[in-house]
Design a protein around this ligand. Structure first.
Ligand SMILES: *[C@@H]1O[C@H](CO)[C@@H](O)[C@H](O)[C@H]1NC(C)=O
Ligand SMILES: *[C@@H]1O[C@H](CO)[C@@H](O)[C@H](O)[C@H]1NC(C)=O
Ligand SMILES: *[C@@H]1O[C@H](CO)[C@@H](O)[C@H](O)[C@H]1NC(C)=O
Ligand SMILES: *[C@@H]1O[C@H](CO)[C@@H](O)[C@H](O)[C@H]1NC(C)=O
Ligand SMILES: *[C@@H]1O[C@H](CO)[C@@H](O)[C@H](O)[C@H]1NC(C)=O
Ligand SMILES: *[C@@H]1O[C@H](CO)[C@@H](O)[C@H](O)[C@H]1NC(C)=O
Ligand SMILES: *[C@@H]1O[C@H](CO)[C@@H](O)[C@H](O)[C@H]1NC(C)=O
Length: 362
C-alpha cells in the first residue's frame, strides 16, 4: 500500500514536470536570499571581531549553514550563520561559528587558509560567473583574498595578487586558541569588504549599489576533524574536511557561481523590505540548464550541438513555457553561445557561452 502510494507520487511529480501542467514559472527553485540594510543615521560598525554593535543586533541572521551537498546530508556538528549590512563604502559581514576546538596554523597573508578551519566569502556581483572574488579568514585573522577570471572547471586562473584595498577584518574567540585542554564555545568574524574591490572587472554591478540591486554571494566554512596530540591540535589522519555553506551547491565545489545565494541591497529601515524575486529568473535557469546540458553532451560526443532535442534539458526549458526555447549557435564544434528570450516584454535577453559566462542584453 505504502509502495503504491509512493509510486503514485513519483508519477504525479513526473507528469507535472513533463507536461508543464501545474508548473508555476514564478516558483522555479531559487537559492537562498538575504536583504542587506543600509546603516542609517550615522550608525557605525566597529570592526573588533565582536558582533555586539547595535547595527548587528537589529538585523536577522541568515539561515543556518548546511552541508555543501544539500539538505539530504547530515546537519553540521556546529551552528554557523551570518548577518550583513552596508554603507556607501563597505559590505559588512558578521559571522558566528560555533566551535569547541579553535585552532589556526596559517599566519602568512594569502597563504592557503583553508588548511585551517576557516570562514569564506564568495562574491559574483553581476552574476556573470566570471571575475568573482574569494575571501578566506582563519581564527588568527590570517586572510587570503583573490580573484578568479572564471571558475577552475573552465580553466580559470586564481589571482592572489589581487588585494581588496581598504579591507578590514577582526576575529573574536570565545576561549583560547590552539589549546586542546580547554574547550571553546565559538568564534566570530567581523568584516568590512570594500564594495569597489568586489566589483573589480565586473561589467554590470556598481559600487556603491543602489536600493534594490541584487548580487550573487555565498559563504562557506571549512571544518577539519582534529584531535589532541601531546597538548596541540592535529588533524585526524584519513578524514576529509567538512564543508558547510549558506546555500547548498549540491556538489563539493564552491566554484559554481550560478548556484550561489542572492543579496538585495536596501536603503529602507531594517525589516521593511521584502526580497524581490528576479523576474528574469526563468531565463537565468534556462541558460544554466543549457550550459550544463551542452557540457554533458560534449563529454559524450566530443562536440556541442545546436539541436535542443539532442540535449538533456528539463521539459520546461525545451518547450518554452517559462522563457522562449534556447537558440544555440555552435562555432567549430567546440564553442557555443546560447540565447534565451524572455516571454514578457521589457525583460532582458540572456546569453551563456561555453566558458560559463552569463550576460544580458536589452
Ligand atoms: C528584524 O527582524 C529580526 C528577525 O525577526 C528581529 O530579530 C529584529 O529585532 C528585527 N529588527 C527590528 C529593528 O525590528
Ligand atoms: C592579478 O592581479 C593583479 C593586481 O590586481 C593585476 O595587476 C594582474 O594583472 C593580475 N594578473 C593577471 C594574470 O590577470
Ligand atoms: C586583522 O587583519 C586586518 C587586515 O585584514 C588588519 O587590518 C588588522 O590589523 C588585523 N588585526 C589584528 C588584531 O591583527
Ligand atoms: C581585469 O581584466 C583585464 C582584461 O581582461 C585584465 O587584463 C586585468 O588583469 C583584470 N584585472 C585584474 C585585477 O586581474
Ligand atoms: C599545525 O602545525 C603544526 C606544525 O606544523 C602541526 O604539527 C600540526 O599538525 C598542525 N595542526 C593542524 C590542526 O593542522
Ligand atoms: C553556496 O555554495 C554552495 C557550494 O557551491 C552551494 O551548494 C549552495 O547552494 C550555495 N548556497 C547559496 C545560498 O547560494
Ligand atoms: C537563432 O539565432 C540565429 C542567429 O542569431 C537567428 O538567425 C535565428 O533567427 C534565431 N532563431 C530563432 C528561432 O530565434
Amino acid at each position: 500500500m505504502k509502495l503504491f502510494a509512493c509510486i503514485c507520487v513519483v508519477f504525479l511529480l513526473q507528469s507535472i514536470l513533463s507536461c508543464g501542467q501545474g508548473l508555476n514559472c514564478d516558483s522555479l527553485p531559487m537559492p537562498k536570499s538575504y536583504v542587506v540594510y543600509f546603516l542609517q543615521n550615522g550608525e557605525k560598525i566597529n570592526i573588533d571581531g565582536k558582533l555586539d554593535d547595535n547595527a548587528w543586533q537589529e538585523v536577522s541572521r541568515s539561515h543556518r549553514f548546511i552541508d555543501i551537498q544539500g539538505e539530504a546530508l547530515p546537519k553540521p556538528r556546529f551552528d554557523t550563520w551570518v548577518k550583513m549590512r552596508w554603507d556607501s563604502k563597505y559590505l559588512y559581514i558578521g559571522a558566528y561559528l560555533q566551535e569547541t576546538d579553535v585552532f589556526a596554523n596559517q599566519t602568512k597573508h594569502d597563504s592557503v587558509v583553508f588548511k585551517d578551519n576557516d570562514f569564506e566569502v564568495f562574491t559574483d556581483p553581476d552574476g556573470s560567473t566570471h571575475w568573482y572574488k574569494e575571501f578566506e579568514i582563519n581564527a588568527v585573522n590570517t586572510t587570503w583574498d583573490l580573484m578568479l577570471n572564471k571558475p577552475y572547471l573552465n580553466g580559470g586562473f586564481a589571482n592572489s595578487s589581487f588585494e581588496m584595498s581598504g579591507l578590514q577584518s577582526a576575529i573574536y574567540v570565545n576561549g583560547p586558541i590552539n589549546d586542546p585542554l580547554h574547550k571553546d564555545k565559538y568564534w566570530t568574524v567581523e568584516l568590512a569588504l570594500p564594495l569597489q574591490s568586489l566589483v573589480t572587472n565586473d561589467s554590470v554591478a556598481r559600487a556603491p549599489p543602489k536600493h534594490g540591486d541584487q548580487w550573487r554571494i555565498n559563504f562557506s566554512r571549512v571544518e577539519w576533524h582534529v584531535r589532541n596530540v601531546d597538548g596541540h591540535y592535529e588533524k585526524v589522519p584519513g578524514l576529509p574536511e567538512d564543508n558547510w555553506v549558506w546555500s547548498p551547491q549540491y556538489a563539493i565545489n564552491m566554484h559554481l557561481p550560478e548556484r550561489w545565494g542572492m543579496i538585495q541591497f536596501s536603503a529602507d529601515a531594517v525589516n521593511q523590505t521584502k526580497f524581490k524575486r528576479d523576474p528574469n529568473w526563468p531565463v537565468y535557469t534556462s541558460l544554466v540548464a543549457v550550459y550544463n546540458a551542452e557540457k554533458e553532451f560534449f563529454s559524450v560526443e566530443g562536440y556541442f550541438t545546436e539541436d535542443i532535442n539532442g540535449l538533456n534539458l528539463p521539459d520546461y526549458v525545451r518547450s518554452g513555457i517559462c522563457a522562449q526555447p534556447p537558440n544555440i549557435t555552435v562555432i567549430q564544434n567546440y564553442r557555443f553561445t546560447a540565447t534565451v528570450q524572455p516571454l514578457t516584454k521589457g525583460l532582458k535577453t540572456g546569453h551563456v557561452q561555453d566558458d560559463r559566462l552569463i550576460w544580458f542584453t536589452s
